[in-house]
Write a protein that binds this ligand. Sequence first.
Ligand code: ATP
Ligand code: MP5
Length: 232
Amino acid sequence: MNPPVVVTIAGTDSGGAAGIAADLTTFAALGVHGACVVTAVTAQDTTGVRAVHPVPTQMVLAQLDAVLDDLPVAAIKTGMLASPETVVCLSTRLRGLSGTRPRLVVDPVLVATSGAVLGSAEVVAAYREHLLPIADVVTPNEDEFDALGRPDLANVLVTRGGDIPTTNDHGTGCTHSSALAAYLAHGLDRATAAARADAFVARQLHLSKDWTLGRGRGPVAHLHPLTPGEIA
Ligand SMILES: Nc1ncnc2c1ncn2[C@@H]1O[C@H](COP(=O)(O)OP(=O)(O)OP(=O)(O)O)[C@@H](O)[C@H]1O
Ligand SMILES: Cc1ncc(COP(=O)(O)O)c(N)n1
């Protein structure tokens, strides 16, 4: 039987903790086929974001069209969208889809765990006007919820960290929203998918809580460790 297909529309993180790397490994862990549309390349590590190179909007749309024209997409997750044009054009494209529209999870990545600002005021305005109204679920953290003007919408699910003591939390928001999209693609309702996504992230944070990767906020584990016998 075919796995459900989920697309992430997001940026890269050269340190492998957040963005596309987190999304695709989370999809693999949860049994969905992952496709990816790259919106920006970041030079980033566990300590911060050094540089951002946005992908031109036309190239973002070309990637998305290639995926949508060919694959039976069950769910889409958006992460860092990098420019207001990309937010607006993407929203227009998604709103115009005919047939059964894929479930849409919008993680409005505006502030990184390191504190770096990843979305300008223009990006925020484009989210509010164009993307939030068509999302099934929007998953801002507290800072992003504030930046968006605390929208009073039924589809907004504010994420609030948790009580696992760890500083290895770089990529948790990406992992969480990707898990939510994967569970929706498997056919779960929103409340069940959200509860499962919380449980998945908690388990992954436990797996990586004692890692000492990098000098800053280390990556959350995205996959499950294989036993030595399974690897060799
Ligand atoms: N320390 C923790 N203990 C338990 N669960 C956690 C912890 N940190 C994060 N989570 C889980 O991960 C989810 C996302 O976390 P959080 O809101 O901190 O992400 P973020 O990286 O700030 O999000 P974004 O991608 O929107 O910037 C939370 O809803 C929660 O389920
Ligand atoms: C490319 C990219 N996408 C998303 C995030 C946010 O993730 P986090 O909030 O864990 O820093 C990031 N830092 N980089």
